[in-house]
Ligand binder design. Structure first.
Ligand SMILES: [Zn+2]
Length: 164
């Protein structure tokens, strides 16, 4: 027995089992091969097996790996001069960073460009001490340090743009 992948004139695919190629042609010519979907007897062999399961799975896997490979290439190109971390505990690191940012936001008041003014006011006793965060240029930051005011640079942005 041989299996043929067949299709009717409406492209309904189906399989037919025949003893030989001659047997297929004989049966078809006598109108014995019929589309199970629409009953059409105009039936042709398909050149390529549909292989819906095997072909579909393999194909999508190949596409997925190709896409992943391209994304890696793009990442390599975009981050040539970036800094990287390699860690099995990357998720823990991300979580720690997020917790850090959250704690800073919750325990400090955002004062924006007034950071130097507010820091000095607290330092010189004009205002009670409280946690603040804000912005200052390098020159101002240097002056604050010279005045003995303690503060830290944030290692990464804590506030989203336009959040205030
Ligand atoms: Zn059909």
């Amino acid at each position: 027995m041989i299996v043929y992948n067949l299709a009717c004139e409406h492209k309904h695919p189906f399989e037919g089992w025949f003893a030989s190629p001659i047997d297929f042609e004989n049966q078809r010519d006598r109108g014995l091969v019929e589309c199970p979907v629409c009953g059409s007897k105009t039936v042709e062999r398909q050149l390529h097996a549909p292989r819906i399961n095997v072909g579909g799975v393999g194909g999508s896997r190949e596409r997925a790996s190709e896409q992943a490979r391209q994304e890696i290439e793009v990442a390599k190109g975009a981050d040539k001069t970036g800094e990287f971390v390699s860690s099995d505990d990357y998720k823990k690191l991300v979580s720690a960073v997020q917790t850090f940012a959250k704690n800073v936001r919750e325990n400090t008041e955002y004062v924006g460009e007034k950071f130097a003014d507010e820091a000095r006011a607290m330092h010189y006793g004009d205002k009670p001490h409280r946690g603040i965060r804000g912005r200052a240029d390098a020159q101002t930051a240097s002056e604050l340090r010279d005045e003995g005011i303690e503060f830290q640079s944030l290692p990464f942005p804590i506030d989203f743009p336009n959040a205030h």
